[in-house]
Design a protein around this ligand. Structure first.
Ligand code: ATP
Length: 303
């Protein structure tokens, strides 16, 4: 069974002065059971709107959403019993971690304290269980939020930017935690992220969203084929070079030139020569496979 099915989903936010903001424009999406699925896209693309609709928090202006085979808006209560969402790092009031989690467990009708103990242990919160949520570091707040999202043993979990605002170490820990939980539990995870490496590391499949539409969807390997080139040549240039002419698509990152080529070894000498002809010299060079970030930039910037 598919965990998520979306057909022609539109979302228009009604605004007081304007004619309305179209956040989603006909989203079609199938997410298979048991995968980690990533929603990627630039700011304002519609990721949060989409994940909020999939988790039944928002009702779309038009379209059909089925979660675990059920119509999300005709069977909302049943759907909510079998899903959960973690969005932002908020918990109510100044309660302790254990109390917060117990409160949320009771909202799901879970009275067994062992369930709360289980998520505290799964999300490595033992040493923080009696600390006030507000006093935790951002990373531990995020862990507590993730723990909350797994209280009802959900079959589908939606995570809105699970590593946003975390330092690299904590972000890595959270990613490892997500992968471990996915291994241990029979759960489908749908997450949004801006971080390409994170998407590549975590997600079985990824959808790129731009201006409310899915512009590409597939595994990270499939997505890399969206750019015609499969390798890149990275050249650190001496001095500042602006308008350059080389026979390959490229982008500049400061004084680093990143050229997209089919065969990096073949292309490198000709690029260096062409640059020298334009009075631009190379300090260092390396060759590597194209990254998901390149695809993201191409899709986000392309028309
Ligand atoms: N409550 C709202 N009222 C009006 N417009 C909204 C509302 N929420 C989002 N929007 C608009 O809808 C569009 C999509 O926003 P959304 O937050 O879904 O994008 P996003 O991809 O999650 O962005 P970000 O990565 O910056 O969080 C944007 O133009 C945004 O301004």
């Amino acid at each position: 069974m598919r965990a998520v099915e979306c057909r022609d989903v539109w979302m228009v936010y009604r605004t007081f002065m304007e004619r309305g903001i179209v956040a989603l424009r006909g989203i079609d999406l199938d997410i298979e059971d048991g995968v980690i699925f990533g929603l990627l896209g630039p700011n304002g693309a519609g990721k949060t709107t989409l994940i909020s609709i999939l988790s039944t928090i928002l009702i779309p202006t038009k379209g059909e959403v089925r979660i675990l085979g059920m119509d999300a808006f005709k069977n909302t209560r049943k759907v909510r019993e079998r899903i959960n969402i973690s969005s932002g790092v908020r918990m109510p009031w100044g309660m302790k971690v254990y109390e917060c989690l117990r409160f949320y467990a009771m909202c799901y009708g879970i009275t067994d304290r062992r369930v709360v103990d289980r998520v505290i242990s799964e999300f490595e919160l033992e040493e923080h269980r009696n600390k006030r949520f507000d006093d935790l570091s951002t990373g531990n707040k995020q862990k507590a939020n993730l723990a909350r999202a797994f209280l009802n043993d959900p079959e589908v979990v939606f995570l809105d930017e699970p590593t946003a605002n975390l330092d690299p170490d904590m972000a890595k820990k959270i990613r490892q935690m997500i992968l471990r939980i996915k291994e241990e539990k029979d759960v489908t995870i749908v997450l949004t992220t801006h971080n390409m490496r994170e998407a590549e590391m975590l997600c079985d499949r990824i959808a790129f969203i731009k201006e409310g539409k899915i512009v590409a969807e597939g595994t990270s390997e499939e997505l890399k084929k969206y750019t015609k080139m499969s390798e890149r040549v990275i050249l650190k240039l001496k001095g500042n070079a602006k308008k350059l002419h080389i026979p390959y698509p490229y982008r500049m990152d400061g004084n680093t030139l990143i050229a997209f080529v089919e065969d990096a070894e073949k292309a490198l000498p000709s690029i260096v020569v062409r640059l020298a002809e334009q009075g631009v010299f190379v300090e260092s060079a390396k060759m590597e496979e194209i990254t998901l970030e390149d695809v993201f930039i191409e899709l986000a910037e392309g028309s």
